[in-house]
Every structure is written in C-alpha cells, then in structure tokens.
Design a protein around this ligand. Structure first.
Ligand code: NAD
Ligand code: WQD
Length: 335
C-alpha cells in the first residue's frame, strides 16, 4: 500500500504520516505549505527514521497530482488538504470554496485518470450543524452555517455522487470531532499562525505565558457548568482511526460517513482544569460573551467506527493535555 496524504504537513496529516510510517506503510505527502512549515517534514523524518517522500504543490495543479500518483504508484489517498478556519471562511468564501472544492475536484480527476479509487476524506462534525439530539450519530441531519462547513458538506455530497457513478470507488468520509494533543515525541503538534482560534492551542499559549488569559466564551449554556461541551479526541487516536479506515477500505465499496470521536463530552472549564493539572501551571481565565455561531454541546456516538474498522479512541484527557504541553514547550525552544 502506498498512500498519498494531501495536506500531510499539517497538524493532523503529520500525525497520520507518523502512525502509518511506523506500521511500515509508505506515505507520500503533497502540500503547498499554506498553513504549515516545511520543517515539519524534517521533524517527521526524525520520528519515522527515514526522509519523508513529498511533493510541494497546490492540489489544484492537476497535472502534478497525476504525476505524483503515477510516479509513486499510489494505491490509496487520504485527503486532508484544505483551509479550515471557520471565521476566516465567512470573510473569504471564494478562497475557501476554491481551495477546498476545486482542490477536491482536481484530486478526483487525477485519481480517475490514473485509476486510483480508494479515498479517505477529512470531514468534520461541523456538518451536523446545531445538534437536534446527542450523541450525534451518522444519520443525524446535516447542515452548515458558514462557508467552511458548507465546503465540507458539498465535498461529502460530491464524493457520494462519485461513489454512486461506478462500483470501483471506495470512499469514506471521516467526521472528526475536536482533535487535540500531540505526538509523544513532542516533535510535531498543532502550530497555529497568529492568535489560535481553537481552545487547546490558546490554553497552551496562556500556560506558556505567551498570552495573559483565556477568554471563556460564555458560561450560560445549558451544560453542567454553563460552558461549551465538546468531544475532544487525541490526535494520535484520530491518526490510528485513519489507519483502521484504510485497512477496512478494500472491503467497503461505495461511500460512507463515519464519526471519529470518543463519545465523551468535556466542558471548557474541564479542559482548563485538566491542563492545569498536566502542566502544573495556573491558567487565568475570564468569562466573556458567547462566540457567535457556537453551539452548547457536541459529542459523538462513536459506535459505527468500532463496528466498521474495529477502532475506538483509547487516550484520555490527561494524555491530551500532557502531550499538548510537551509540544508547546518544545515548539518554544525551537524558535
Ligand atoms: P492544517 O491546516 O494543519 O493542515 C492542512 C494542510 O493542508 C496544511 O499543511 C496546508 O498547508 C495544506 N493545504 C491547504 N490547502 C492546500 C492546497 N490547496 N494544496 C496543497 N496543500 C494544501 O489543518 P488540520 O487541522 O491538520 O486539518 C486537516 C484536515 O482536517 C482539514 O481538511 C480540516 O478541514 C479537517 N478537520 C480539521 C479539524 C480540526 O479541528 N483541526 C476538525 C475537523 C476536520
Ligand atoms: C471549543 C469550545 C468555545 C476558544 C471548531 C470548528 C469545527 C472544527 C473544530 C474543523 C467552544 C470555547 C474556544 C477560546 C473558548 N474544525 N472556546 N475560548 O468551535 O468546537 O470547533 O474546531 O472542522 O468546525 O468550528 O472548537 O476549540 O474553537 O472551541 O471559550 O479562546 O471552547 O466557545 O465552546 P469548536 P474550539
């Protein structure tokens, strides 16, 4: 098996490459580094013990994708490349649809031309919109409230049509909940440019003294402590979920969407407490108004992933916080 990982230099992609390479699966990364740094590949090589085969290109350069699929004898694709900031997508919808949707079409055209038909797509729990019931199973109705989420939904639907068009396609859309944590080596992890949008990188930067305090967006939600509840999943579990999905794919023709979550929801304040314990550092925080577009609670029913791939998340909150903190300290020592 040779796997093309589009967006493989990114946060989740780099962990997937680390996990697959450890199992002896050959990976080829295609990335334009719009939201990552080429040095990730050097650090990945230290983890895997061999140089990471890679192509620097935009996914929309279809001829390069065709050439990459042929040159490396790619058998399977994990498609992670895309833009992912919800707020930014509202101000830059054309850029988001261009990158995410045109990028996917370019990839599909290339795969069709070369005859590669097995695809794992990075989708998101954002496609469930505001939950009508919890936990969220895969038959929960889908909707989107911003261009980022809509791009994921459009891609899922497009992939469904592609799988209906010919029996040769094997496509799985993995709907991630909230990925956090880092590789145990602390050599790779989430490395957002500018002010982090997401909770855990922000908490880590407060702990490191890079930001004075965390703003907690609302404590008047109908949850146990009033703060938002999410299904935080360790990025290593998420990466192992991709490996399990890849292994199951040859026996699963057609299209399917599968949640990757833990099934457990933790609140913002649970995460702050857990991080304080893991790091030994107090996290100053202040409750401010709700963030526009946020939902109260969101967590997965993870049963289908276990049934289809024999996978379930194994790592807990402590490991999520410990590894985030170790990576945060390592990252600071690198700059
Ligand atoms: P990331 O930004 O760290 O990684 C994405 C990678 O894709 C980056 O290295 C970027 O340089 C690359 N890329 C972007 N556009 C490209 C293009 N046109 N051509 C080539 N490379 C391109 O993001 P991540 O957190 O690792 O997320 C990976 C995927 O998972 C994304 O598709 C994202 O939407 C999805 N996802 C992420 C989360 C999350 O919370 N992190 C949750 C659900 C789904
Ligand atoms: C989690 C909780 C915030 C920051 C987003 C995307 C989603 C998916 C994952 C890609 C919420 C609270 C946060 C802060 C806070 N990405 N919070 N202070 O919003 O669940 O999901 O990332 O698909 O599409 O929307 O994650 O980490 O931003 O927020 O209080 O500084 O933390 O209000 O309750 P979210 P998050």
């Amino acid at each position: 098996m040779t796997v093309l990982v589009t967006g493989g230099a990114g946060y989740i992609g780099s962990h997937i490459v680390a996990v697959l390479a450890k199992s002896g699966i050959r990976c080829v990364v295609l990335d334009n580094f719009v939201n990552s740094d080429p040095s990730v590949l050097e650090r990945l090589a230290r983890i895997t013990g061999a140089p990471v085969e890679h192509v620097r290109a935009d996914l929309r350069e279809r001829s390069v994708v065709v050439d990459t699929l042929r040159r490396f004898g790619v058998t399977d694709v994990i498609h992670m490349a895309g833009l992912k900031a919800v707020g930014e997508s509202v101000g830059h919808p054309i850029e988001y649809y261009g990158c995410n949707i045109q990028g996917t079409i370019s990839l599909l055209e290339a795969m069709q031309e070369v005859g590669v038909h097995r695809l794992v797509f990075s989708s998101s729990a954002t496609v469930y919109g505001d939950p009508r019931y919890l936990p969220l199973d895969e038959s929960h109705p889908t909707s989107a409230t911003n261009p980022y989420g809509r791009s994921k939904l459009h891609i899922e639907e497009m992939l469904h049509d592609v799988a209906r068009s010919s029996e040769s396609w094997h496509i799985v859309c993995l709907r991630y909940f909230n990925p956090v944590g880092a590789h145990p080596s602390a050599l790779i992890g989430e490395d957002p440019a500018g002010i982090p949008n997401n909770l855990m990188p922000f908490v880590a930067q407060v702990a490191a003294g890079l930001r004075p305090e965390l703003q907690v967006f609302g404590n008047d939600y109908p949850t146990a402590d009033g703060t938002g509840v999410r299904d935080f999943i360790h990025v290593m579990d998420l990466a192992e979920g991709h490996q399990a999905a890849l292994q199951a794919l040859p026996n699963r023709p057609g299209w399917e969407a599968v949640n990757l979550g833990t099934g457990v929801g933790y609140s913002v304040l649970d995460m702050v407490k857990a991080f304080e314990q893991a790091s030994g550092v107090a996290i100053p925080y202040r409750v401010v108004a709700r963030r526009s577009g946020d939902i109260a609670a969101c967590y997965a029913d993870p049963a289908l992933a276990r049934q289809r791939f024999g996978w379930h998340a194994r790592r807990g909150l402590e490991d999520m916080c410990h590894s985030t903190w170790a990576w945060q300290k390592m990252r600071r020592s690198m700059v």
